[in-house]
Write a protein that binds this ligand. Structure first.
Ligand code: ATP
Ligand code: MG
Length: 568
């Protein structure tokens, strides 16, 4: 391709809200253009990258035996009513009416659509397993679309759905998909990690995420450097520490102005691990709301996703002072005893069988000491804590650390959640009708465009991996008005094209060398060949975009040299 014929509107101007390098460089490099909040157009260079990623994903999915289909971007709301998700998807699912008043949604995901496709068409265990996938647009009306392609409202996802006659076969496919995804991210040239994950709104049991490691990642990943353990903080576990506090009789003690854990621990001269921290929230359910108190050890923090899952709520929001008072709680002195009104109480599992604890007395300026949880009836214990750096790995006893990742894929074992709700069954070996056992598997295709740059950039611009670069080589003709330079540029361009090396020739007549070089650095093609002053002595230069190192090469050797660099 010739630069002069392409549409690559590079610019120095930066979107005012662009804080991430990928957002800045993809817009400045003319890869994408924003048209609305979280909505982006792909310009020619961006489309080439997107298609390369799609092709890698498609090849691996096809090789794993999945079949490509395409679901409508618009689905009737009735499908979502069948599964019950019309009530749980919340405002992320964009709904609208057609001219006849019919209700529709822009697909945020396609479990319902795939069940609808398979239902009554696959009727026997003999036709299973079946794995259908598509690479298609999704729309999620995200509360805070941001970071460019990273968290858009409209985005491209590969979503696959598998159907099985039993759990073992689902596990086989789940493992196959884990291996397939590893191949995909490796082929894309990315450094990534597979982590244990929370299943979120999609539902089901076992799930794993694939994270592209980058300091700007939105997700905190807990990793053990002594073993293979890695988990999203939303699902991370740790080895329980056993505390042995000296016992005594439960008593109410005055603790004036001790509202925080540190103040109470300091005043009573106990470690914060001996105190109970109450986190009061308002939980939103399908059919109303309730005040809920989560208790964790004073030295721990509440993990909000775990908290949300523990009560199966749609959302947790802050409770205001009046709402807290109304249910008889005293903020800052909230304790586990004498809770009277209709509220929910969940305690972190690590506190099960704990005694000698300090907690609020539900009375201004008073705390209870020596509280024994084994003596309180009907308590609910769930995993609620956010694993901290330095905690102990439950697999190997090593020390846990944090790292940051960008979620680029997620695989789930769904089970029969959707098939059961939508009454989609097959006949087993004994002629008995059973709901399909399902799995679902997503790759964030457009998010990957940004993730690649988050992991591979410098202060000048993008550095595409060889597998995703829109062009491998940028031939920069220093001065396109110089006939000799222009001719050598054309010759090398033709030879590289004949060797099937994706090459762009920067033949822009009116652009200076510095400008062309600036574009090369911003656009991030792996190599440039500079045809400039040295040509008189029979030399051109190769620039490696990653290191920006230059080497001089004889004109007659350049094609072979570049070929070896790329294919070698
Ligand atoms: P997140 O936790 O980042 O909101 P999710 O868990 O809601 O993502 P999934 O439902 O697992 O996302 O979707 C599969 C994949 O689609 C994700 O792993 C991610 O790469 C991509 N994805 C999800 N939401 C967006 C978005 N708003 N913009 C771009 N890609 C997205
Ligand atoms: Mg996910």
């Amino acid at each position: 391709m010739k630069f002069s014929k392409l549409f690559i509107p590079t610019t120095k101007e930066m979107p005012s809200d662009a804080t991430l390098p990928s957002h800045q460089y993809l817009v400045r490099g003319g890869f994408v253009a924003q048209t609305g909040a979280g909505i982006y157009d792909f310009m020619p260079l961006g489309k080439i990258v997107l298609d390369k990623i799609k092709a890698i994903v498609k090849k691996e999915m096809d090789e794993a035996g999945a079949l490509e289909v395409q679901f409508g971007f618009v689905t009737p709301l009735s499908l979502w009513e069948e599964s019950g998700r019309d009530l749980t998807m919340g405002s992320e699912m964009l709904r609208f009416k057609d001219r006849k008043g019919g209700n529709f949604v822009l697909s945020p995901t396609n479990e319902e659509a795939v069940v609808n496709m398979v239902k009554n068409r696959v009727t026997s265990y003999k036709d299973l397993p079946l794995h259908l996938y598509q690479i298609n647009t999704k729309f999620r009306d995200e509360a805070r679309p941001r970071f460019g392609l990273m968290r858009g409202r409209e985005f491209l996802m590969k979503d696959g759905y598998s159907f099985h006659s039993n759990e073992e076969d689902l596990v086989r496919e789940f493992n196959l998909m884990e291996a397939t995804y590893k191949k995909i991210y490796t082929k894309l040239g990315l450094s990534f990690r597979v982590v244990e994950a929370d299943s979120g709104a999609i539902g089901g049991s076992g799930s794993k995420e694939f994270h592209v490691l980058a300091s700007s990642g939105e997700d905190t990943i807990v990793v053990c450097y002594s073993c293979e353990y890695a988990a999203n903080i939303e699902a991370a576990k740790r080895k329980k520490v056993n505390y042995d506090f000296s016992r005594g009789e439960e008593k109410k003690v005055e603790t004036p102005n001790c509202k925080t854990i540190d103040e109470v621990a300091d005043f009573l001269q106990v470690p914060t691990s001996q105190t109970l921290k109450a986190v009061i929230k308002k939980a939103i359910f399908k059919d109303g709301s309730k005040i809920v108190v989560f208790f964790v050890r004073g030295s721990d923090e509440l993990e909000e996703t775990k908290a949300l899952n523990s009560i199966d709520a749609l959302e947790l929001i802050e409770a205001n002072e009046d709402e807290i008072k109304e249910v008889g709680l005293v903020a800052g002195y909230c304790g586990i005893k004498n809770l009277v009104k209709d509220i929910l109480v969940v305690i972190d599992s690590e506190l099960e069988a704990s005694n000698s604890l300090v907690c609020g007395a539900n009375e201004e300026n008073y705390h209870l000491i020596n509280v024994d949880l084994t003596k309180i009836a009907n308590l609910t214990f769930k995993d609620l804590i956010a694993v901290k750096e330095g905690d102990i790995c439950y697999c190997c006893g090593g020390t846990l650390s944090y790292t940051k990742g960008i979620e680029a894929g997620h695989i789930f074992q769904l089970g029969d959640k959707y098939s059961k709700a939508m009454n989609a069954t097959f006949l087993d070996e004994n002629g008995k009708a059973k709901p399909f056992i399902m799995g679902c598997y997503g790759v964030g295709v457009s998010r990957l465009v940004a993730a690649i740059i988050e992991q591979n950039h410098d202060d000048k611009g993008c550095i595409w991996t060889k597998e995703t670069a829109p062009f491998m080589v940028d031939i920069i003709v220093s001065n396109s008005k110089n006939e000799e330079e222009a001719k050598i540029g054309e010759d090398i361009y033709k030879e590289l094209k004949n060797l099937n090396i994706e090459t762009i020739l920067d033949d822009r007549i009116n652009a200076r060398f510095g400008f062309k070089m600036g574009d090369f650095e911003l656009l991030g093609f792996p190599y440039a060949i500079i045809i400039g002053k040295k040509l008189a002595e029979g030399f051109v230069e190769i620039v490696d975009r990653k290191t920006l190192e230059k080497v001089e090469v004889k004109v007659e050797d350049i094609v072979e040299k570049i070929f070896n660099l790329i294919k070698g």
